[in-house]
Design a protein around this ligand. Structure first.
Ligand code: HEM
Length: 482
């Protein structure tokens, strides 16, 4: 990647500070299938590497970066050991199972209803036909913030049967709890993102990371990020403690917490409280951040591609009654063009663009027909893989049509937005439920327009942190009857 990458991780750390490292790698990979990004680190640029690195049966494990950032107890996403992972996944698979989707739909529908109550209040009059840009005073919402309130409220309800109430309140000020039981107030989103940012900036030289993490706290820029991270842990602890009280009071609720405490037959799992907290932490984090990015990205693309929006609306309108507010999942889950729009947006801008690092086994591994020595960190970023022109022609463009028909189905094995193999995303079905219901309902009920010359800002950590997305919103004419 750089002349110095063979002897130091510094060039990659500098690149990380720019906030767009995978986009940069994607450019370099147009010429080079394999890049050395650090003394012991390789980045791949062809979809042919996916199976070797992440596929079922790969001998690779998650590398040290995961254990270095784990807290007192590991969770499903950062546990490295294969057996430990299998044990955790077994406990959680009943909670995340596809058959539960029906049980969650009403929770998702409830959040859509609450979101729409707010959007209705912000509606402006329709954009005049001779105008393509909104009057700045009509730009009344930051859709990005509402998308995040939506996914946070949804996952807290699905996971803990708790109401965070962000959608009703319209802000994200919530209560957290310290280990001594005292409470504090904090802005949830300000706590959620900075820690991930700090890790993504510093976590490259594994042997020095812990020290670097401590020393960096002397610098206010980094210290603020660490402090914010503690706020997030306190918020999770508070929700979990409240849920535990309900469990102890004998309430039987159908959520992840219940699945963590007992198996289907009511036999206690006897997990340590620290492990339960860790699992709730990752569920609330991974379960909200990524889907919020996804539903922001897809609306952004739809607004920039009016013909795609038109075709999508034709499809959605054909199955929904004109006065139907929340799209029933059964009516929209098989709509091919809707799914194609979601997948194309997830391809073009994967919410988790970070090249997920895996370690080759001690005996080494053949990747794309080349031998790689043991204990080497290898990865392929989803953002890079999805720009492989051999399978995604015109890869930088938003073309949902590529996902339709038989040809589209074949692309799925190259689509790694949710990663692949045994460490692939366990929350994928929940995410599609949320995305499908929300986007179908949104495009059916509302029209939106972006401000003149607007571009969505993305800052890369493990996930993309998105900037604001201001829009003008109004009810579609098929609704303006009351
Ligand atoms: C668009 C939405 C989503 C995207 C793009 C996404 C992406 C990913 C990716 C790339 C991984 C692999 C991470 C790694 O290897 O380090 C992953 C794993 C995981 N995701 Fe998601 N995710 C999404 C939604 C969700 C949701 C809604 C939940 C929870 C409700 C969730 C929970 C998890 C968990 C627990 C893991 C670890 C799985 C394991 O290692 O067994 N994700 N996700």
């Amino acid at each position: 990647m750089s002349l110095f990458s063979g002897i130091s991780n510094l060039p990659f750390m500098i690149l990380a500070h720019g906030g767009a490292r995978s986009a940069y790698l994607a450019k370099l990979h147009k010429k080079e299938p394999v890049l050395r990004t650090g003394p012991n680190t390789l980045s791949y640029g062809s979809v042919r590497a996916i199976k070797d690195i992440y596929g079922h049966g790969t001998p690779c494990l998650k590398d040290e970066s995961y254990s270095l950032t784990t807290s007192s107890h590991s969770h499903l996403a950062d546990v490295v050991d294969k057996q430990e992972h299998a044990r955790k996944r077994k406990v959680l698979s009943s909670a995340y199972a596809l058959k539960n989707l029906e049980g969650w739909e009403h929770k998702v529908a409830d959040k859509v209803t609450k979101l729409f109550a707010q959007l209705d209040k912000c509606c402006t009059s329709p954009l005049p036909p001779d105008q393509i840009h909104p009057d700045p005073k009509d730009v009344t919402i930051d859709y990005r913030a509402w998308a995040n309130f939506f996914t946070l409220d949804a996952i807290t309800d699905i996971g803990l049967s708790e109401s965070l109430g962000l959608l009703e309140r319209g802000h994200d000020r919530v209560i957290g709890q310290r280990l001594d039981g005292t409470t504090f107030e904090a802005n949830l989103r300000e706590c959620l993102y900075p820690n991930a940012r700090k890790q993504s900036l510093l976590l490259w030289s594994y042997e020095h990371y812990k020290l670097l993490d401590k020393i960096s706290n002397l610098i206010p820029f980094y210290r603020r990020m660490s402090e914010a991270g503690k706020g997030w842990e306190g918020i999770v602890l508070h929700r979990a403690a409240r849920r535990l009280e309900r469990y102890r009071a004998g309430e039987k609720l159908d959520d992840f917490f219940q699945a963590l405490m007992e198996d289907k037959n009511g036999t206690p799992n006897n997990l340590e409280w620290g492990e339960i907290i860790a699992e709730i932490n990752i569920m609330m984090n991974a379960g909200s951040v990524t889907t919020a990015i996804a539903v922001t990205n897809v609306l952004y693309e739809l607004l920039r591609h009016p013909r795609v929006m038109e075709r999508l609306r034709e499809e959605v309108d054909s199955v929904l009654e004109s006065d139907e507010i929340v799209a029933p999942y059964d009516k929209v889950k098989h709509l091919p063009y809707l799914r194609a729009c979601l997948d194309e947006s997830l391809r073009l801008q994967p919410p988790t663009p970070h090249g997920l690092p895996r370690k080759t086994p001690p005996e080494g591994l053949w990747i794309m027909d080349q031998y790689v020595p043991g204990n080497t960190t290898v990865s392929i970023s989803a953002l890079v893989a999805h720009r492989d022109e051999s399978v995604f022609p015109d890869a930088d463009s938003f073309i949902p049509e590529r996902w339709l028909d038989e040809k589209g189905k074949q692309l799925q094995s190259h689509f790694i937005t949710f990663s692949a193999g045994s460490r692939g995303c366990i929350g994928r079905n929940i995410s599609y439920l949320e995305q499908t219901v929300l986007i179908a309902s949104l495009v059916h009920r509302y029209d939106f327009v972006l401000p003149r010359g607007f571009e969505l800002q993305r800052l890369e950590t493990m996930n993309h942190i998105l900037g604001e997305m201001p829009v003008k919103v109004w009810r579609r004419s098929l609704y303006v009857t009351d």
